[in-house]
Design a protein around this ligand. Structure first.
Ligand code: NAD
Length: 261
């Protein structure tokens, strides 16, 4: 355990938005447990943040990696326990791990594919919230939980069916749990990214670039750091009275709606 530093667990923290969040929080002085399925990316991140030429400094926090499958209850419980064992506490849980799911007609969607998407996007957020909330309520110190939603959880056209349904669920699950946990001083919020340049978008980035200025008013594709800074705000003291909120980080896509002018 190291001093009174705040401690966060970030699921899906080895890539994209999660990785940018880990980098931001460590830079802000948090100790962070990265909980991700991808061992190689997790190891690389720990190396980058602690190795020679890395970003160590007196005010920076430490980073630890634990291979985690957010669809597995024991695995998620173990990730939260790791934060308490290694760093002595948990103040923030960022339930961010996700998979995109394949586009295709609903008439051809296999039940197995539907359930796979839900097992990560929906079950993963439930399990992360459950075990973080247990630890935070037991400590009496409260805490902050941030769930990664999506533009697809708000708009019908931004993602495949199962992903859109699961992400809509994440946004309202967040509100529901926020109401329940407020008495324990545990805040629960979601961020809904729009089009962000990460591996999940893959070659879709090229398609998104053609939508700039139209579907998306802001003239550039979003970067993982744009979302990470909002997550950092939501886990930190500047958002002390914000709970049950959903913040879109989408370059104005949801604001725009249909364009007639
Ligand atoms: P990414 O592919 O870069 O990162 C996702 C991470 O989740 C990966 O490191 C992956 O290994 C991990 N992961 C996948 N399944 C897991 C599992 N079962 N257990 C643990 N970890 C697992 O993608 P990203 O864009 O950074 O995605 C982060 C979150 O943002 C996801 O929830 C995604 O749905 C959401 N999101 C992304 C965009 C975008 O445009 N990139 C838009 C809206 C929402």
């Amino acid at each position: 355990m190291s001093g009174g530093r705040r401690v966060a667990v970030v699921t899906g923290g080895a890539s994209g938005i999660g990785r940018a969040t880990v980098e931001r929080l460590v830079g802000d002085g948090w100790n962070v447990v990265v909980a991700d399925l991808n061992q190689a990316n997790g190891d690389a991140l720990v190396r980058d943040l602690t190795g020679t030429g890395g970003t160590e400094g007196a005010d920076r926090g430490q980073v630890d990696f634990v291979r985690t499958d957010v669809s597995d209850e024991g695995s998620v419980e173990a990730a939260v326990a790791r934060a308490q064992e290694r760093f002595g506490r948990i103040d923030a849980m960022v339930n961010n791990a996700g998979v995109g799911g394949a586009f295709g007609p609903i008439t051809e969607l296999e039940l197995e594919d539907w359930e796979y998407t839900f097992s990560i996007v929906s079950r993963g957020v439930f399990l992360g919230t459950k075990y973080a909330a247990r630890a935070m309520t037991a400590s009496g110190r409260g805490g902050s939980i941030v769930n990664t939603g999506s533009l697809a959880g708000i708009s019908g056209g931004a993602g495949p069916q199962a992903y859109s349904a699961a992400k809509a669920g994440v946004i309202n699950f967040t509100r529901s749990v926020a109401v329940e946990l407020a008495a324990h001083r545990v805040r629960v919020n979601s961020v809904s990214p729009g089009f962000i340049r990460t591996p999940i978008l893959g070659t879709g980035v090229k398609k998104i670039e053609r939508l700039l200025g139209d579907v998306q008013p802001w003239p550039e594709v979003g970067e993982p750091t744009h979302v990470a800074s909002v997550i950092a705000f939501l886990v930190g003291p500047d958002s002390a009275f914000v709970t049950g909120e959903s913040i879109n980080v989408d370059g104005g896509v949801t604001a725009a709606g249909p364009r007639v002018g």
